[in-house]
Design a protein around this ligand. Structure first.
Ligand code: SAM
Length: 259
């Protein structure tokens, strides 16, 4: 198994590791909608193996959910699970996927950061997908002092692995609350809620390293075998338990109604 271009080859690893962190994040994103019985049509961006989709199925009893993801690998893992008829998965790259449909709500967990540097277009397209007054409820990678510290460690591992001296490409994808609010306002949203949540879990160093690879890691660098990437990060993390810091910016945005 290798980390190659724009694919998510660690989909099975991701699905297992995601249970530690991402499923709880997904519950929080699903809970951002204040009136869960209202949405009839929902669009989900970057559904992956279905963590948020699952939370939406339980929380939004009346919603038809159109979920899109760019990765066949992630969608294949999602497809092996049981879903009600009101869920439909489609392969496609946001914001390039087009549809004439308008939705009552748009949701996304841990996916928008992969669309960097096209953030302005991503927020504008989310806005265009919504009916007037519709809500976008999303979480995307956040930046804190702890994520900066981890970036230093992963940069050391990354340059050892690839011979490249550029910083971990993931770091440019992180948003602060102020940065996210600015993007939202420029795209025609009223910000109803915006906050950053940093959570810390203690895990064995190898689990931390596997999470790094499964959730992106050096995937945009040269082709690197997964175990080499894990070993390289472990060599800078040390042995035993380490902190897995997960920082996300959460947003609830309302599409402004036309006069
Ligand atoms: C960290 S995973 C999150 C998956 C899921 N939302 C969850 O909560 O576990 C990020 C997902 O975004 C997808 N992704 C990345 N870029 C994308 C794009 N341009 N359009 C759609 N999906 C994308 C990846 O394939 C991956 O499945």
């Amino acid at each position: 198994m290798t980390v190659t271009g724009h694919r998510w080859n660690s989909a099975a690893d991701y699905d297992v590791l995601a249970r530690r962190v991402q499923f709880r994040n997904a519950e929080l994103v699903a809970g951002l909608h204040p009136r869960p019985t209202e949405p009839r049509t929902v669009y989900e961006i970057g559904c992956g193996t279905g963590a948020l989709t699952e939370a939406l199925v339980h929380r939004l009893p009346s919603a038809r959910i159109d979920a899109v993801d760019v990765s066949d690998d992630m969608l294949a893992v999602a497809a092996r699970k049981d879903w009600p008829d009101r869920v439909r998965f489609t392969q496609g790259a946001f914001p390039d996927v087009t549809t004439d449909r308008r939705y009552d709500a748009v949701f996304s967990n841990a996916a928008l950061h992969w669309m960097h540097p096209r953030f302005a277009e991503v927020f504008t397209t989310m806005n265009a997908l919504l009916v007037d007054g519709g809500l976008a409820c999303v979480a995307t990678a956040g930046r804190t002092a702890a994520t900066d510290r981890f970036a230093e460690q992963s940069q050391a591992a990354l340059s050892r692995l690839t011979g490249l001296s550029e910083p971990d490409p993931f770091e440019a994808r992180r948003l602060t609350v102020a940065g996210a609010e600015e993007l939202a306002g420029a795209a025609g949203f009223a910000v109803q809620d915006a906050f950053l949540l940093e959570r810390t879990v203690s895990v064995p160093a190898e689990v931390r390293a596997r999470w790094w690879v499964a959730s992106g890691g050096p995937w945009t660098a040269a082709q690197v075998p997964v175990q080499d990437a894990v070993d390289a990060l472990c060599s800078v993390l040390g042995e035993g338990e380490v902190e897995l810091v997960h920082a996300s910016v959460f947003l609830r945005l309302r599409k402004e109604e036309h006069a």
